[in-house]
Design a protein around this ligand. Structure first.
Ligand code: MSP
Length: 478
């Protein structure tokens, strides 16, 4: 088994503060990074910001600032949001980092030398919100389907990347690696579009300045997506991180699947670089069925999200509520309901009751009664298939089973130390499985019952120790 795991989030546009949509991908990636660390793998978890391009240039201009000055003020907002949400990233890359800019130029030169870049004229439609090209065929009324704003018509000299040359290569890639694009239903859309027609795409612009200059023609700046995708590679160019390349998993939203499964592998192939193992696209969070986002004006801010019921409740809700891959409608009521019924009632009460009893009566070693290994197997299988919500469901089935055992054995009446030991042992195992989802809560439980949050602790019997009643883990919200 490969002992490293490299996972990425998209790098976000710092044209505003992050919101729940960005948090979702980042929390899911964090959870997967933590799961892989738990399994003992050496993990590289990358996130960051996508800082060039017209969108950033325009937004900065509106704010009366230079692009770099404008972005620099927003980066702390991303970093502090990720800190609040307990995101355990290993590197935060910015596309204005000098090392990244150098790698982009190096790759551009290589692709150019391979004969895959030529000069032409771009004539067509563009959405600055998406930083993407559209054709009349893609859109209704020449409006961007995501931002619902009129598209811009561009006509300028530009360099093109010979994407059309890679049609056969891409189709073979999808065929040989059926999981390269996940989930499957999304793969079909991409494959059909690739089969239909694959046009070369413009990789440079002259009508604005905020970008990386092409090494072979400094009048042009690099198209922001060509620059941005390469972050995943440039982040591994440090000596100690070279071993992580290529990525095991690019986690993204469905809106940017085309870039990651068509442009990206073709660019890598042209540059003679290895391809990532998998791209997984999750769905959108909507509010009343409309995509949540800055432009729709319905975005839930990070502090708002955390203030509803705390960080772990927010993480739990986002990963439990929808089937990973599908869209989900966000509602504060549902988050509260899950916090109260699942986290507070099932998990919180269990830990509070059992720790109170363990403080009073103590524990005495006994063979494990509740069979937790089968749950670990099921949870691992769900992780393999990225069925995150199902993994959580499975862990809560174990928690239900522990609660039933408590009801059945009534240790508050008997004061049976052995029964209490069996229950705490099962709580230990459930907590270890839960730790990637609820890192803060898992730490509190582990501290209460004195065990380590590690795979070895799952396999080993619990040490008997003096227990003190736990603090309240989840408050019920009216
Ligand atoms: N900068 C590009 C990505 C470049 S990656 C090489 C970009 N940035 S973005 O700021 O617009 O963020 C896009 C990502 O944020 C989406 O792919 C998705 O992961 C996440 N989301 C933004 N809004 C979202 C929802 N409403 N729901 C779920 N995820 C969403 O595109």
């Amino acid at each position: 088994m490969k002992n490293t795991f490299y996972i990425t989030t998209p790098i976000y546009y710092p044209n505003d503060v992050p919101h729940l949509g960005h948090a979702y991908t980042t929390i899911a990636a964090d959870m997967l990074a933590r799961w892989n660390r738990l399994l003992g793998k050496e993990v590289f978890f990358l996130t960051g910001t996508d800082e060039h391009g017209k969108k950033i240039e325009q937004t900065a201009k509106k704010a009366g600032k230079k692009p770099k000055e404008f972005i620099d003020a927003l980066i702390p907002e991303f970093k502090s949001a990720w800190k609040k949400l307990n995101i355990s990233y290993d590197k935060f890359i910015r596309t204005t980092d000098k090392e990244h800019e150098k790698v982009v130029q190096e790759v551009l030169q290589k692709v150019y030398d391979n004969g895959d870049i030529y000069k032409g004229k771009y004539e067509g439609y563009y959405c600055t919100g998406c930083e993407a090209y559209y054709t009349e065929k893609d859109v209704l009324n020449l409006k961007c389907p995501i931002h619902n704003r009129p598209l811009e018509f561009l006509k300028e000299e530009s360099y093109f990347f010979k994407l059309s040359k890679y049609q056969k290569f891409l189709l073979e890639l999808y065929k040989k690696n059926p999981n390269f694009i996940s989930p499957k239903n999304r793969a079909t859309e991409v494959i059909n579009r690739v089969k239909e027609d694959l046009k070369d795409f413009s990789i440079s612009r002259t009508s604005f300045e905020w970008g990386i200059p092409l090494p072979f023609d400094k009048k042009h700046v690099c198209y922001v997506w060509f620059d941005a995708l390469l972050n995943y590679y440039s982040a591994t160019r440090e000596k100690r991180r070279e071993k992580f390349w290529p990525a095991d998993l690019h986690l993204i939203g469905k809106d940017i699947l085309w870039f990651h499964t068509v442009y990206w592998p073709a660019m890598l192939k042209s540059a003679g670089l290895e391809l990532p193992n998998k791209v997984f696209a999750h769905g959108w969070w909507t509010v009343n069925s409309e995509k949540m986002g800055k432009s729709a004006g319905n975005a839930v801010k990070i502090d708002q999200l955390i203030n509803i019921a705390g960080v772990d409740s927010a993480r739990y809700f986002l990963l439990r509520e929808t089937s990973f891959g599908d869209d989900g409608d966000f509602s504060q009521e549902m988050l509260i309901e899950r916090n109260n019924n699942e986290l507070a009632n099932k998990l919180g009460n269990l830990v509070s009751r059992v720790s109170t009893l363990a403080e009073k009566y103590g524990l005495e070693k006994a063979p494990a009664y509740i069979e937790t290994t089968k749950f670990a197997h099921q949870v691992s299988e769900h992780f393999e298939k990225l069925e995150i919500d199902k993994a959580l469901h499975c862990i809560f089935t174990l928690i239900d089973e522990i609660n039933e055992y408590v009801q059945k054995t009534q240790p508050w009446k008997t004061g049976d130390k052995k029964v209490l030991y069996e229950i705490v042992s099962a709580i230990k195992d459930a907590t270890i499985l839960l730790s990637p989802f609820l890192p803060e809560t898992a730490e509190k439980i582990a501290k209460t019952f004195n065990f380590k949050l590690a795979w070895e602790a799952f396999e080993q019997p619990l040490k008997v120790s003096k227990i003190k009643k736990s603090e309240i883990l989840f408050r019920k919200i009216e």
